[in-house]
Design a binder for this molecule. Structure first.
Ligand code: NAP
Length: 298
């Protein structure tokens, strides 16, 4: 057993999946659910995902040796302000947020000095939300990036690494800014593109839109799945990883303009050469075993 009492704040897809995985692995004596909605607390208890559920964050974290924030990153500041007074000395605070530097900036100044902060981000999810959407296998075989600070207590970090490895994830240590840039390319930009394409389609006149939906199998369908992801979570990702996303977007716009030129001037060599290179990236993704769909509810 890695922890005595773990509080998970925000029992949505990620929070409830984490609770299920911790329960399945017998990794904690006790799990506390903290959620702002009483209905979610009731549902979590009915599902048997926690030993106690409360909307009172400071009460919920009492006596916990680990607290994991699983709310949208824009909510961190208020959530930490609400629970900080209940944290016991030596407690580890961690999170699952999709952005890391902004999270560190929001959380660190508010934490008592005798509490350890170990930021983390599991690279795994689906487009579903809420406590019923979670499943214990969500993190299996996936990366969990841990972004410790230079002053992070090494034993606290090792415990968080051990937790993620015990639930089947592969832990990787990375600098927070590097995380934000890498995830900006691999996750945030693709989501932005999906939101744009599906948004453009939804602006089409009705008869065209009907045909787009009818014949959506040609690639559009995959974009609609990504664009169905939680609006609040993704609003907060873009607002909190602004610099990295804007830099990547600038490069993306330049590359798109080059393709536009190639199409306009019939430059087939440029198109073919890019499409050949991108095929190689796809092979690399498969070789790195990153093509594994989530075990359930993908
Ligand atoms: P989710 O299913 O929508 O759950 C979010 C939870 O946070 C819900 O319990 C929600 O309560 C609560 N919440 C929302 N706004 C809040 C606020 N202002 N104050 C307090 N609680 C609030 O979302 P999720 O997918 O689990 O995402 C949670 C975190 O995981 C995010 O930080 C996200 O960046 C990260 N993450 C997500 C994925 C993914 O693919 N989904 C992957 C990796 C990491 P209500 O039900 O009352 O709204």
């Amino acid at each position: 057993m890695l922890f005595q009492r773990i509080a998970i704040v925000g029992f949505g897809l990620i929070g409830s999946s984490l609770a299920r995985a911790i329960r399945r692995g017998g990794l904690a004596q006790e799990i506390v659910c903290i959620d702002r909605a009483q209905a979610v607390c009731d549902r979590v208890m009915a599902l048997g995902l926690a030993d106690m559920a409360t909307v009172d964050a400071a009460l919920g974290v009492l006596d916990c040796d680990l607290v994991v924030l699983c709310v949208p990153v824009g909510a961190y500041k208020n959530v930490i302000a609400a629970l900080a007074s209940g944290l016991k000395p030596g407690c580890i605070v961690s999170d699952v947020g999709s952005v890391k530097q902004a999270v560190i900036d929001a959380v660190l100044p508010q934490l008592p000095a005798d509490v350890h902060f170990v930021p983390a981000h599991p690279i795994s999810g689906t487009e579903h939300s809420g406590p019923d959407a979670g499943f214990a296998e969500l993190f299996e075989g996936r990366w969990c990036i841990i972004t410790p600070l230079p002053e992070t207590d090494i034993r606290a970090m090792e415990k968080i690494v051990a937790l993620w490895e015990a639930i089947g994830a592969k832990a990787e240590i990375m600098d927070a800014r590097r995380h934000d840039l890498v995830l900006g390319i691999t996750s945030h930009l693709p989501h932005l593109i999906a939101y744009t394409i599906v948004g453009t389609a939804s602006d089409l006149e009705t008869h065209t839109k009907d045909d787009v939906i009818k014949f959506s199998a040609g690639g559009f369908r995959d974009f609609t799945r990504i664009a169905a992801s939680d609006p609040v979570m993704w609003r907060d990702v873009f607002l909190n990883n602004r610099e990295a996303v804007l830099e990547i977007l600038q490069r993306f716009n330049e590359d798109l303009t080059n393709l536009q030129r190639a199409i306009r001037y019939g430059d087939g060599d440029t198109l073919e050469s890019l499409f050949t290179r991108t095929r190689e990236i796809r092979r690399g993704v498969i070789q790195a075993k990153q093509e594994v769909p989530p075990a359930k509810k993908a």
